[in-house]
Design a protein around this ligand. Structure first.
Ligand code: NDP
Length: 332
Protein backbone atom coordinates (compact mmCIF):
# COMPACT_ATOMS: atom_id res chain seq x y z
CA UNK A 1 0.00 0.00 0.00
CA UNK A 2 1.56 3.30 -1.09
CA UNK A 3 1.01 5.99 1.54
CA UNK A 4 1.99 9.66 1.70
CA UNK A 5 2.56 10.46 5.36
CA UNK A 6 3.56 13.31 7.64
CA UNK A 7 7.26 12.96 8.44
CA UNK A 8 7.64 16.43 9.98
CA UNK A 9 5.45 19.51 10.38
CA UNK A 10 5.76 22.03 7.54
CA UNK A 11 6.27 25.70 8.34
CA UNK A 12 5.62 26.91 4.79
CA UNK A 13 4.34 25.02 1.72
CA UNK A 14 4.82 21.31 2.50
CA UNK A 15 7.80 19.67 0.78
CA UNK A 16 8.40 16.06 -0.36
CA UNK A 17 10.74 15.67 2.64
CA UNK A 18 7.94 16.62 5.02
CA UNK A 19 5.38 14.52 3.14
CA UNK A 20 7.26 11.53 1.69
CA UNK A 21 5.78 8.18 0.65
CA UNK A 22 6.36 4.63 1.74
CA UNK A 23 5.12 1.25 0.53
CA UNK A 24 3.75 -0.92 3.32
CA UNK A 25 2.10 -4.34 3.28
CA UNK A 26 -1.68 -4.30 3.46
CA UNK A 27 -2.91 -5.63 6.83
CA UNK A 28 -6.13 -7.56 7.34
CA UNK A 29 -8.87 -5.44 8.97
CA UNK A 30 -9.32 -5.85 12.74
CA UNK A 31 -12.77 -6.59 14.19
CA UNK A 32 -15.19 -3.81 13.19
CA UNK A 33 -12.88 -2.54 10.45
CA UNK A 34 -12.85 -2.70 6.66
CA UNK A 35 -10.26 -2.08 3.96
CA UNK A 36 -11.24 0.13 1.05
CA UNK A 37 -9.42 0.70 -2.20
CA UNK A 38 -9.54 4.46 -2.65
CA UNK A 39 -11.07 5.56 -5.95
CA UNK A 40 -11.30 9.32 -5.27
CA UNK A 41 -9.25 11.35 -2.78
CA UNK A 42 -10.38 14.89 -1.96
CA UNK A 43 -7.70 17.59 -1.86
CA UNK A 44 -8.80 20.38 0.49
CA UNK A 45 -6.98 23.47 1.76
CA UNK A 46 -7.94 22.38 5.30
CA UNK A 47 -5.50 19.47 5.07
CA UNK A 48 -2.67 22.00 5.30
CA UNK A 49 -4.09 23.09 8.67
CA UNK A 50 -4.20 19.53 9.97
CA UNK A 51 -0.47 19.19 9.18
CA UNK A 52 0.21 21.88 11.82
CA UNK A 53 -0.03 21.56 15.57
CA UNK A 54 -2.20 24.65 16.00
CA UNK A 55 -5.54 24.11 17.76
CA UNK A 56 -8.11 23.14 15.14
CA UNK A 57 -11.60 21.70 14.91
CA UNK A 58 -10.16 18.18 14.60
CA UNK A 59 -6.93 16.63 15.85
CA UNK A 60 -3.76 17.43 13.92
CA UNK A 61 -2.41 14.58 11.79
CA UNK A 62 0.02 12.66 14.01
CA UNK A 63 3.62 12.48 12.84
CA UNK A 64 4.04 9.24 10.91
CA UNK A 65 0.36 8.97 9.98
CA UNK A 66 -0.92 9.07 6.39
CA UNK A 67 -2.13 12.53 5.29
CA UNK A 68 -5.84 12.63 6.16
CA UNK A 69 -8.42 13.21 3.40
CA UNK A 70 -12.03 12.50 2.60
CA UNK A 71 -12.10 9.53 0.22
CA UNK A 72 -14.52 7.44 -1.79
CA UNK A 73 -13.49 3.82 -2.12
CA UNK A 74 -14.61 0.27 -2.74
CA UNK A 75 -14.57 -2.20 0.14
CA UNK A 76 -12.08 -4.98 -0.66
CA UNK A 77 -12.13 -6.71 2.75
CA UNK A 78 -14.57 -6.35 5.60
CA UNK A 79 -14.49 -7.53 9.17
CA UNK A 80 -17.78 -5.85 10.03
CA UNK A 81 -21.45 -6.44 9.31
CA UNK A 82 -21.87 -2.78 8.40
CA UNK A 83 -20.17 -2.94 4.99
CA UNK A 84 -19.57 -5.78 2.55
CA UNK A 85 -16.94 -6.45 -0.09
CA UNK A 86 -17.84 -4.51 -3.24
CA UNK A 87 -19.71 -1.70 -1.46
CA UNK A 88 -18.72 1.84 -2.42
CA UNK A 89 -18.34 4.11 0.60
CA UNK A 90 -17.34 7.65 1.54
CA UNK A 91 -15.09 7.89 4.56
CA UNK A 92 -12.23 9.65 6.23
CA UNK A 93 -9.16 8.13 4.62
CA UNK A 94 -5.79 9.30 3.46
CA UNK A 95 -3.36 9.95 0.65
CA UNK A 96 -2.96 6.22 0.07
CA UNK A 97 -4.13 3.49 -2.29
CA UNK A 98 -5.96 1.59 0.46
CA UNK A 99 -7.45 2.82 3.71
CA UNK A 100 -8.18 0.57 6.68
CA UNK A 101 -10.59 2.00 9.22
CA UNK A 102 -13.71 1.51 11.34
CA UNK A 103 -16.66 0.45 9.19
CA UNK A 104 -18.89 2.58 11.44
CA UNK A 105 -17.27 5.67 9.88
CA UNK A 106 -18.02 4.55 6.32
CA UNK A 107 -21.20 5.71 4.57
CA UNK A 108 -22.45 3.65 1.63
CA UNK A 109 -23.00 5.39 -1.72
CA UNK A 110 -25.12 4.06 -4.58
CA UNK A 111 -22.80 3.88 -7.58
CA UNK A 112 -25.76 3.26 -9.92
CA UNK A 113 -27.73 6.38 -8.99
CA UNK A 114 -26.63 8.21 -12.12
CA UNK A 115 -24.73 10.76 -10.03
CA UNK A 116 -20.96 10.66 -10.66
CA UNK A 117 -19.32 9.47 -7.44
CA UNK A 118 -16.87 12.39 -7.40
CA UNK A 119 -19.83 14.78 -6.91
CA UNK A 120 -20.10 13.46 -3.34
CA UNK A 121 -16.73 15.09 -2.62
CA UNK A 122 -17.67 18.36 -4.30
CA UNK A 123 -21.04 19.96 -4.92
CA UNK A 124 -23.00 17.25 -3.04
CA UNK A 125 -20.26 16.81 -0.44
CA UNK A 126 -18.20 18.89 1.98
CA UNK A 127 -17.56 21.91 -0.27
CA UNK A 128 -21.16 22.26 -1.49
CA UNK A 129 -22.44 21.87 2.08
CA UNK A 130 -19.95 24.45 3.33
CA UNK A 131 -21.28 26.95 0.82
CA UNK A 132 -24.91 26.10 1.59
CA UNK A 133 -24.80 26.28 5.38
CA UNK A 134 -22.10 28.95 5.59
CA UNK A 135 -23.94 31.36 3.34
CA UNK A 136 -27.51 30.73 4.49
CA UNK A 137 -26.94 30.16 8.23
CA UNK A 138 -23.94 32.39 8.91
CA UNK A 139 -24.08 35.01 6.14
CA UNK A 140 -27.89 35.19 6.28
CA UNK A 141 -28.31 37.10 3.00
CA UNK A 142 -31.57 38.90 2.35
CA UNK A 143 -33.13 39.74 -0.99
CA UNK A 144 -31.61 42.85 -2.53
CA UNK A 145 -28.45 42.74 -0.39
CA UNK A 146 -24.91 42.65 -1.78
CA UNK A 147 -22.85 39.50 -1.22
CA UNK A 148 -19.08 39.53 -1.79
CA UNK A 149 -17.21 36.21 -1.94
CA UNK A 150 -13.48 35.52 -2.27
CA UNK A 151 -11.88 32.48 -3.99
CA UNK A 152 -15.10 32.85 -5.95
CA UNK A 153 -14.27 30.41 -8.75
CA UNK A 154 -13.27 27.68 -6.29
CA UNK A 155 -15.22 24.70 -5.03
CA UNK A 156 -16.87 26.56 -2.14
CA UNK A 157 -16.94 30.10 -3.55
CA UNK A 158 -18.57 29.22 -6.87
CA UNK A 159 -21.48 27.55 -5.05
CA UNK A 160 -21.79 30.43 -2.55
CA UNK A 161 -22.24 32.95 -5.35
CA UNK A 162 -24.89 30.93 -7.16
CA UNK A 163 -26.89 30.33 -3.97
CA UNK A 164 -26.67 34.05 -3.19
CA UNK A 165 -28.06 34.82 -6.65
CA UNK A 166 -30.96 32.46 -5.94
CA UNK A 167 -31.67 34.53 -2.79
CA UNK A 168 -32.06 37.62 -4.98
CA UNK A 169 -28.76 39.26 -4.03
CA UNK A 170 -26.28 41.39 -5.98
CA UNK A 171 -23.28 39.03 -6.10
CA UNK A 172 -19.65 39.95 -6.62
CA UNK A 173 -16.79 37.44 -6.72
CA UNK A 174 -13.04 37.88 -6.36
CA UNK A 175 -10.76 35.47 -8.23
CA UNK A 176 -7.21 35.28 -9.49
CA UNK A 177 -7.50 35.07 -13.28
CA UNK A 178 -9.58 36.72 -16.02
CA UNK A 179 -10.70 33.27 -17.14
CA UNK A 180 -12.11 32.53 -13.67
CA UNK A 181 -13.76 35.97 -13.60
CA UNK A 182 -15.41 35.30 -16.96
CA UNK A 183 -16.63 31.88 -15.83
CA UNK A 184 -18.35 33.20 -12.71
CA UNK A 185 -20.03 36.12 -14.48
CA UNK A 186 -20.85 34.59 -17.87
CA UNK A 187 -21.65 31.01 -16.83
CA UNK A 188 -22.61 31.22 -13.15
CA UNK A 189 -24.53 34.50 -13.19
CA UNK A 190 -22.45 36.57 -10.75
CA UNK A 191 -23.18 40.27 -11.31
CA UNK A 192 -19.52 41.28 -11.29
CA UNK A 193 -16.07 39.83 -10.74
CA UNK A 194 -12.80 41.34 -9.57
CA UNK A 195 -9.45 39.89 -10.63
CA UNK A 196 -7.60 40.61 -7.40
CA UNK A 197 -4.24 40.01 -9.05
CA UNK A 198 -4.68 42.82 -11.57
CA UNK A 199 -7.28 45.18 -10.05
CA UNK A 200 -4.86 47.37 -8.11
CA UNK A 201 -6.37 48.90 -4.97
CA UNK A 202 -8.72 46.30 -3.45
CA UNK A 203 -10.93 48.75 -1.56
CA UNK A 204 -11.53 50.84 -4.65
CA UNK A 205 -12.23 47.76 -6.79
CA UNK A 206 -14.74 46.40 -4.25
CA UNK A 207 -16.49 49.77 -3.92
CA UNK A 208 -16.84 50.01 -7.69
CA UNK A 209 -18.27 46.50 -8.00
CA UNK A 210 -20.50 46.93 -4.92
CA UNK A 211 -21.97 50.43 -5.33
CA UNK A 212 -24.41 49.88 -2.43
CA UNK A 213 -21.70 48.51 -0.12
CA UNK A 214 -21.28 44.93 1.12
CA UNK A 215 -23.90 43.30 3.36
CA UNK A 216 -22.39 39.80 3.46
CA UNK A 217 -18.71 39.01 2.99
CA UNK A 218 -18.06 35.27 2.61
CA UNK A 219 -14.38 35.03 3.45
CA UNK A 220 -12.39 32.17 1.94
CA UNK A 221 -8.99 33.83 1.95
CA UNK A 222 -8.32 36.19 4.90
CA UNK A 223 -5.30 38.48 4.56
CA UNK A 224 -5.40 41.73 2.62
CA UNK A 225 -8.64 40.88 0.85
CA UNK A 226 -10.41 40.51 4.20
CA UNK A 227 -8.96 43.83 5.32
CA UNK A 228 -10.25 45.51 2.16
CA UNK A 229 -13.68 43.89 2.48
CA UNK A 230 -13.93 45.13 6.08
CA UNK A 231 -13.57 48.70 4.78
CA UNK A 232 -16.58 48.25 2.46
CA UNK A 233 -19.14 46.80 4.88
CA UNK A 234 -22.59 48.27 5.43
CA UNK A 235 -24.20 48.77 8.82
CA UNK A 236 -25.18 45.39 10.38
CA UNK A 237 -23.22 43.49 7.71
CA UNK A 238 -22.23 39.86 8.32
CA UNK A 239 -18.80 38.34 7.72
CA UNK A 240 -18.84 34.54 7.40
CA UNK A 241 -15.30 33.31 8.04
CA UNK A 242 -14.99 30.07 6.11
CA UNK A 243 -11.23 29.88 5.57
CA UNK A 244 -8.06 31.92 5.38
CA UNK A 245 -6.17 30.16 2.60
CA UNK A 246 -3.81 33.11 2.06
CA UNK A 247 -2.28 32.40 5.49
CA UNK A 248 -2.09 28.59 5.59
CA UNK A 249 1.48 28.34 4.32
CA UNK A 250 2.70 31.32 6.36
CA UNK A 251 2.66 30.89 10.13
CA UNK A 252 3.79 34.53 10.53
CA UNK A 253 1.07 36.06 8.36
CA UNK A 254 -0.21 39.24 10.05
CA UNK A 255 -3.79 39.24 11.35
CA UNK A 256 -6.48 41.59 10.01
CA UNK A 257 -5.86 45.28 10.67
CA UNK A 258 -9.32 46.69 10.09
CA UNK A 259 -11.38 44.84 12.70
CA UNK A 260 -12.43 48.21 14.17
CA UNK A 261 -14.93 48.31 11.31
CA UNK A 262 -16.92 45.69 13.26
CA UNK A 263 -17.59 48.41 15.82
CA UNK A 264 -17.91 51.24 13.33
CA UNK A 265 -20.67 49.46 11.41
CA UNK A 266 -22.12 47.07 14.05
CA UNK A 267 -20.98 44.07 12.05
CA UNK A 268 -21.32 40.40 13.02
CA UNK A 269 -18.34 38.20 12.21
CA UNK A 270 -18.64 34.45 12.68
CA UNK A 271 -16.38 31.54 11.88
CA UNK A 272 -17.87 28.13 11.22
CA UNK A 273 -17.01 24.61 10.08
CA UNK A 274 -19.31 22.58 7.92
CA UNK A 275 -19.35 19.88 10.61
CA UNK A 276 -21.39 22.29 12.79
CA UNK A 277 -24.31 21.32 10.52
CA UNK A 278 -23.71 17.56 10.34
CA UNK A 279 -27.23 16.79 11.59
CA UNK A 280 -28.65 18.73 8.64
CA UNK A 281 -26.44 17.25 5.91
CA UNK A 282 -29.30 15.19 4.38
CA UNK A 283 -31.35 18.38 3.95
CA UNK A 284 -28.36 20.18 2.41
CA UNK A 285 -27.52 17.37 -0.02
CA UNK A 286 -31.17 17.09 -1.09
CA UNK A 287 -31.42 20.83 -1.80
CA UNK A 288 -28.08 20.99 -3.62
CA UNK A 289 -28.99 17.94 -5.73
CA UNK A 290 -32.34 19.50 -6.63
CA UNK A 291 -30.59 22.66 -7.83
CA UNK A 292 -27.99 20.67 -9.82
CA UNK A 293 -30.68 18.57 -11.52
CA UNK A 294 -32.71 21.71 -12.31
CA UNK A 295 -29.63 23.28 -13.94
CA UNK A 296 -29.59 26.10 -11.36
CA UNK A 297 -26.28 25.14 -9.81
CA UNK A 298 -23.16 24.59 -11.92
CA UNK A 299 -19.80 23.38 -10.70
CA UNK A 300 -16.37 22.31 -11.88
CA UNK A 301 -14.26 19.39 -10.76
CA UNK A 302 -10.64 18.93 -11.71
CA UNK A 303 -9.88 15.24 -11.45
CA UNK A 304 -6.22 14.26 -11.62
CA UNK A 305 -5.29 10.59 -12.23
CA UNK A 306 -2.06 10.69 -10.35
CA UNK A 307 -1.72 9.60 -6.75
CA UNK A 308 2.06 9.67 -7.25
CA UNK A 309 1.97 13.45 -7.68
CA UNK A 310 -0.51 14.08 -4.90
CA UNK A 311 1.63 16.63 -3.07
CA UNK A 312 2.38 18.83 -6.10
CA UNK A 313 -1.29 18.57 -7.11
CA UNK A 314 -2.34 19.61 -3.58
CA UNK A 315 -0.08 22.68 -3.77
CA UNK A 316 -2.02 23.90 -6.81
CA UNK A 317 -4.79 24.94 -4.39
CA UNK A 318 -2.39 27.59 -3.14
CA UNK A 319 -1.28 29.01 -6.50
CA UNK A 320 -4.82 29.04 -7.87
CA UNK A 321 -4.09 26.75 -10.83
CA UNK A 322 -6.90 24.37 -9.80
CA UNK A 323 -10.12 24.72 -11.77
CA UNK A 324 -12.87 23.92 -9.27
CA UNK A 325 -12.92 21.06 -6.78
CA UNK A 326 -9.57 19.28 -6.88
CA UNK A 327 -9.75 15.49 -6.64
CA UNK A 328 -7.22 12.68 -7.14
CA UNK A 329 -8.56 9.60 -8.93
CA UNK A 330 -6.93 6.27 -8.38
CA UNK A 331 -8.45 4.29 -11.28
CA UNK A 332 -9.65 0.76 -10.45
P1 NDP B 1 -10.79 26.25 -3.89
O1 NDP B 1 -11.34 25.33 -4.90
O2 NDP B 1 -11.41 27.58 -3.69
O3 NDP B 1 -9.24 26.40 -4.18
C1 NDP B 1 -8.47 27.33 -3.48
C2 NDP B 1 -8.45 28.69 -4.21
O4 NDP B 1 -8.04 29.69 -3.30
C3 NDP B 1 -7.43 28.74 -5.33
O5 NDP B 1 -7.90 28.20 -6.53
C4 NDP B 1 -7.14 30.23 -5.42
O6 NDP B 1 -8.02 30.82 -6.37
C5 NDP B 1 -7.48 30.76 -4.03
N1 NDP B 1 -6.28 31.21 -3.34
C6 NDP B 1 -5.18 30.49 -3.04
N2 NDP B 1 -4.26 31.25 -2.42
C7 NDP B 1 -4.81 32.51 -2.32
C8 NDP B 1 -4.35 33.74 -1.79
N3 NDP B 1 -3.15 33.85 -1.21
N4 NDP B 1 -5.17 34.82 -1.87
C9 NDP B 1 -6.37 34.73 -2.45
N5 NDP B 1 -6.87 33.57 -2.97
C10 NDP B 1 -6.09 32.48 -2.91
O7 NDP B 1 -10.75 25.53 -2.45
P2 NDP B 1 -12.00 25.20 -1.53
O8 NDP B 1 -13.23 25.68 -2.17
O9 NDP B 1 -11.91 23.78 -1.13
O10 NDP B 1 -11.70 26.06 -0.21
C11 NDP B 1 -11.92 27.47 -0.20
C12 NDP B 1 -11.80 27.97 1.25
O11 NDP B 1 -12.84 27.39 2.03
C13 NDP B 1 -10.50 27.64 1.94
O12 NDP B 1 -10.11 28.71 2.74
C14 NDP B 1 -10.87 26.45 2.81
O13 NDP B 1 -10.02 26.30 3.90
C15 NDP B 1 -12.27 26.82 3.21
N6 NDP B 1 -13.13 25.71 3.63
C16 NDP B 1 -13.72 25.81 4.86
C17 NDP B 1 -14.58 24.84 5.28
C18 NDP B 1 -15.25 25.02 6.59
O14 NDP B 1 -15.95 24.10 7.03
N7 NDP B 1 -15.10 26.16 7.24
C19 NDP B 1 -14.84 23.63 4.48
C20 NDP B 1 -14.23 23.64 3.17
C21 NDP B 1 -13.38 24.66 2.78
P3 NDP B 1 -7.64 32.16 -7.17
O15 NDP B 1 -7.17 31.75 -8.53
O16 NDP B 1 -8.92 32.91 -7.19
O17 NDP B 1 -6.55 32.83 -6.37
Amino acid sequence: NRQYYLASRPVAAPTPEEVPFRDVPLQDPAAGEAVIRNMFISLDPAIRGWMSEVNNYIEPIALGDPIRSSVIGRVVKSNSELVAEGDVVISVGGWERFTTGPAAGMTKLDENSGIPLSNFLSVLGPTGLTAYFGLLEVGKPKKGETVLVSAAAGAVGSVVGQIAKMQGCHVVGMAGTDEKCRWITEELGFDAAINYKTCGDYVQAIREACPSGVDVYFDNVGGEILDAALMCLNRFARVAVCGWISTYNDADAPGPKNLWQLVAESVTIQGFVVLDYIDRFPEGVAQLAEWVIAGKLKFKEEIVDDLDNVLSTFLRLFDGSNQGKLIIRNPE
